[in-house]
Design a protein around this ligand. Structure first.
Ligand code: 2AM
Length: 506
């Protein structure tokens, strides 16, 4: 280490956009940070471009130099591509002399089961953390929501850095505190980060955040599409509606950017709106699919999350859809009257469906904590999503309050505030669902959220028939309404005169 290089408080490996922005955020908060990148030229350019930050930025050309620059225990953030690259970098760090008290934080979008595996695999060699980072490039630069999981005793070494660089919210209102700029971080407020549990807990919560984000985006897109077709509005008019919605219960980052997007003219053809020129085929990177897969694996009814993933899959079949549109008959969307009341009905449908999406996400985490032996504090999870992340919304203050009122809440929909909101909005929610069906407009997220609501509030479901069918063709047995749970019966259905009998199997 040369004389001018101060020992670094933290190190970061991987200088793609997220890594660079997180490093600058850390340096803005006065931490000395050492950075390393596989391709040295990228690191050198980064150091050249960012010479004056409150905390010193030190570029390291080799991993041994990088390790020598860091205070012990070392706190090392890895921001490389999720997958095998994480293990490659960890192995290289170990080969370069990493020690067992050092922390390695995988801040990428890793699959939580990989994080569980890594924590175990490296447990005698280092302290492995997995931390969700949400908020995109801007979040990383000026305040993300950070969802860490790992060794509880080692958390104290990461905590001051994570609390410093996370987004901040007003403790009373839960609203994000804006105004961070290069070299001028926000001071005061409550940081959007908290220790969530051991091994994969942080990455799991981040994944569920992304699953909810998929539904949020799908619902907003369905609201836009319904209003466009039912009321024949142009994007700018639709943008004004979303901007108005952003003043109320729906106030959120995604609604705010939707208003901006809808009002944007096409830079290539300025007479057009850009949204009308964007191809209607959505991409995905996998976190929505992981969330839906986890719900399927654990048997949790997160149907809107799965629908939001399938809706993207359906959108991706652009050529097939264009061809099918010429062949398959349906009702044609027609203009409907009552503009003001339709807009309000869609707003209510959006709000009620959003409640269901979050209810599903939290139900999923309730089940996951049983499965993976975590102990989640749901109020804390909602509170760290209030700022910094993509799903940040005024609504999250309500969820935080719901779980502080009752930390053992079985389902978000049963909280008094949300119960009331669902009761208030459901007539219009049903009206919008009916309109979508009548007009032949696919609205899978609205419809599946409503099916979730109606399914959950049904004391009696049609599954009696399913059990009877299963018993008929496969002798899978059934339980009886007039017998204790856990007592199983079987009938020889084609010969019902034979007495039904009790069995032990299920
Ligand atoms: P690079 O600049 O050398 O490509 C996103 O891809 C970031 O992860 C980049 O900083 C990239 O480094 C880094 N990265 C990807 N795969 C890597 C690996 N196997 N080892 C080290 N860094 C890697």
């Amino acid at each position: 280490m040369s004389d001018s290089v101060k020992p670094a408080d933290v190190g970061l490996i991987g200088l793609a956009v997220m890594g660079k922005n997180l490093a600058l955020n850390i340096a803005d908060h006065g931490f000395n940070i050492a950075v390393f990148n596989r391709t040295t030229a990228v690191m050198q350019e980064f150091i050249r471009e960012n010479s004056s930050t409150p905390g010193q930025l030190t570029g390291c050309e080799t991993l041994p130099l990088f390790l020598a620059t860091l205070k012990k225990p070392r706190v090392i953030i890895i921001l490389v591509k999720a997958g095998p690259a994480i293990d490659t970098v960890v192995s290289q760090l170990l080969a370069a002399g990493l020690e067992k008290d050092d922390l390695v934080i995988d801040a990428g979008n890793s699959l939580w089961t990989d994080t569980i595996r890594r924590e175990k695999q490296y447990s005698t060699q280092l302290k492995f953390f997995g931390s969700g980072v949400s908020g995109g490039e801007l979040g990383a630069r000026f305040g993300p929501s950070l969802m860490p999981g790992g060794d509880p005793a080692a958390w104290k070494h990461l905590e001051p850095i994570w609390r410093a660089i996370a987004a901040k919210v007003d403790p009373k209102t839960g609203q994000p505190i804006p105004g961070a700029a290069p070299g001028k971080p926000v001071t005061g407020g409550v940081p959007c980060t908290a220790y969530l549990g051991p091994d994969g807990a942080g990455h799991y919560v981040k994944m569920v955040h992304n699953g909810i984000e998929y539904v949020d985006m799908q619902l907003i897109s369905e609201a836009y599409y319904l209003l466009k077709h039912l009321l024949k509005l142009n994007p700018a008019e639709l943008g004004d509606i979303f901007a108005q919605w952003n003043q109320g219960d729906l106030d959120s980052y995604l609604i705010e950017i939707t208003a901006d997007i809808l009002r944007q003219r096409d830079p290539v053809k300025p007479r057009k709106f850009l949204v009308d020129m964007v191809l209607d085929a959505a991409g995905q990177k996998g976190t929505g699919k992981w969330t839906a897969g986890s719900a399927l694996d654990m048997g949790v009814p997160a149907n809107s999350i799965a629908e939001a993933v399938f809706a993207r899959c359906m959108s991706a079949l652009k050529e097939e859809r264009v061809s099918a549109a010429r062949q398959l008959k349906g009702s044609k969307p027609a203009r409907v009257s009552g503009k003001t009341s339709i807009i309000e009905a869609v707003r209510q449908a959006l709000y009620c469906s959003k409640i269901c999406a979050y209810a599903q996400g939290f139900q999923l985490m309730r089940q996951a904590q049983e499965e993976y032996h975590w102990t989640f504090d749901f109020g804390t999870i909602a509170s760290i999503w209030r700022g910094g992340c993509i799903i940040r919304a005024r609504f999250l203050q309500k969820i935080t309050q719901a779980y502080s009122r009752n930390p053992a809440l079985t389902n978000l929909m049963l909280d008094p505030y949300f119960k009331k909101a669902l009761a208030k909005g459901q007539r219009q929610w049903r009206q919008v669902a009916s309109l979508a069906i009548q007009q032949g407009i696919a609205a899978p997220a609205f419809l599946s959220a409503l099916a979730y609501y109606d399914g959950y509030r049904a004391a009696v479901s049609p599954a009696n028939l399913i059990q009877a069918q299963r018993d008929y063709f496969g002798a899978h047995t059934y339980e009886r309404l007039d017998a204790a749970r856990g007592e199983f019966f079987h009938l020889d259905w084609p010969h019902p005169q034979r007495p039904q009998h009790q069995t032990t199997g299920a």
